[in-house]
Design a binder for this molecule. Structure first.
Ligand code: NDP
Ligand code: 2IT
Length: 450
């Protein structure tokens, strides 16, 4: 079949997706990228076509929508929306994070849940895909307000989740503090101490390395990609966006491996530190962001470096870019600027941070490009390891978990290579999409039309 014929099949498929899911632009974007990789593969493997596996994977098994009422510190009643998308349970319980951010809507959570299905499959662990969250904005809220919100959110969500059913975790705006409040309320409502959430504190069922896992994993993935060209992170200059969980631990691992991180950002702007963000400066960032809950601008004031208000860090000259903040944070022009300035590795800690046009630029220029569903899978992989430890009622050491994480990132790289090889070039987009798809699709075939 010609490329034009495949394009027509993708367009027809997307026309149906858009008609069924109107206005959900991020969801359309995520599905289209996967469909472009999968449709040629499905044409060659008609068992998937006949069983309409792709059409079924793009339809959530279940969506739960609920009201989250709570009372703020002034005594005023507040109402937020709560969501859980239970996307696919073919290979394990639904698994995926919760996002608390004012931009959260159904389309964003469906894109994240859809990506999660493929990502979780790539980890080699038995986890289905899900995602949830709320339009609640934790910024500027007191700890007590966040607690009351989390308790109200969990009061409803607890009816739908469980350690063998659906196991949420963190994402943007949901870190250790929020997981603690959510877990406390679940335990109180159900009178059960179970592994219903991951990302727990290590004294109460959490896994060592889970906080670090996404950033570490995305760095290990960059290292694996560089290895295919006989290179490593050592001596490389790296631009990182974001300054939250993923960005912090990516900075730590890059630095530990001998690379130099020169940028960090938040939604207000970015800082450029040409000397590199070393361990001591990172400790400052962690306190600033996790305890003081301040802005990255304060880093520039403290260390006398430049701060660029309202800008993203993609015009800085670097070898490696790690977008670790949010979706669609690198557009076509940013991708062109990065490459023009010498960048040839992009490892995505965030979910879908590059627009489709930016991805086209990477593939066109044949740079090492690790898409989020492969590069950031270390986070959910260690969540899977947390579930295993909870079931065993055991805790593994830091070294054991880190070793398993490194093994998993290597396995994910190998799957991308197996399914994405195009001559000398590895197309990690195609590799991750097909690699993630096959296991889920075969499980769905075996389980009948459900
Ligand atoms: P955090 O909430 O800890 O940090 C998010 C960071 O991104 C903050 O610096 C935040 O800045 C910035 N950010 C958020 N929204 C925007 C926006 N619209 N524009 C610009 N900057 C923004 O979240 P995480 O670090 O956990 O998540 C970052 C990314 O990684 C997300 O895409 C998430 O889906 C993905 N991810 C996370 C995993 C995890 O284990 N936590 C696992 C896999 C992927 P500000 O404070 O100003 O909002
Ligand atoms: O996007 C993601 O993979 C996450 N936010 C982590 C999900 C998880 O269940 O650990």
């Amino acid at each position: 079949m010609s490329n034009n014929a495949y394009d027509k099949l993708v367009q027809d498929f997307m026309a149906k997706i858009k008609a069924k899911n109107p206005g959900e632009v991020e969801f359309h974007q995520a599905v289209e990228e996967v469909a472009e990789s999968l449709i040629p593969y499905i044409e060659e493997n008609p068992q998937y076509k006949e069983a309409k596996i792709l059409e079924r994977i793009a339809e959530p098994e279940r969506i739960i929508l609920f009201r989250v009422p709570w009372v703020d510190d002034k005594g005023e009643v507040q109402i937020n929306k709560g969501y859980r998308i239970e996307m696919n349970s073919a290979i394990g319980p639904y698994k995926g994070g919760l996002r608390f951010h004012p931009t959260v809507n159904l389309g964003i959570l469906k894109f994240l849940a859809f990506e999660q299905v493929f990502k979780n499959s790539l980890t080699t662990l038995p986890m289905g895909g899900g995602k949830g969250g709320s339009d609640f904005d934790p910024k500027g809220k007191s700890d007590n307000e966040v607690m009351r919100f989390c308790q109200s959110f969990m009061t409803e969500l607890s009816k739908h989740i469980g350690p063998n059913t659906d196991v949420p975790a963190g994402d943007i705006g949901v870190g250790g503090r929020e997981i603690g409040f959510l877990f406390g309320q679940y335990k109180r409502l159900r009178n059960e101490f179970t592994g219903v959430l991951t990302g727990k504190g290590r004294e109460w069922g959490g896994s060592l390395i889970r906080p670090e896992a996404t950033g570490y994993g995305a760095t290990y993935f960059a290292e694996e990609m560089l290895k295919t060209r006989g290179e490593s992170i050592k001596g490389k200059t790296v631009a990182i966006s974001g300054s939250g969980n993923v960005a912090q631990f990516a900075t730590q691992k890059v630095t530990e491996l001998g690379g130099k991180v020169v940028t960090l950002s938040d939604s207000s702007g970015y800082i450029y530190d040409p000397d590199g963000i070393d361990e001591e400066k990172l400790a400052y960032v962690m306190h600033l962001k996790n305890v003081k809950r301040g802005r990255i601008r304060e880093y520039a004031e403290k260390y006398g470096v430049e701060y660029f208000e309202g800008k993203r860090p993609w015009s800085v000259k670097v070898d490696v870019a790690m977008p670790n903040a949010t979706q669609n944070e690198i557009n076509k022009e940013d991708a062109e600027t990065l490459i023009k300035n010498g960048c040839y590795v992009v490892s995505e800690g965030a979910n879908m941070p590059s627009t489709p046009e930016a991805v086209e630029v990477y593939l066109d220029k044949k740079i090492l490009y690790g898409p989020g569903k492969a590069a950031n899978a270390g986070g959910v992989a260690v969540s899977g390891l947390e579930m295993s430890q909870n079931s065993l009622r055991l805790s593994w050491t830091r070294e054991e978990v880190d070793e398993k994480l490194q093994r998993i990132m290597k396995d994910i790289h190998a799957q991308c290579e197996k399914f994405g090889k195009e001559g000398d070039y590895i197309n990690y987009v195609k590799g991750a999409n097909i690699g993630g798809f096959v296991k889920v699709a075969d499980a769905m075939l075996a389980q009948g039309i459900v």
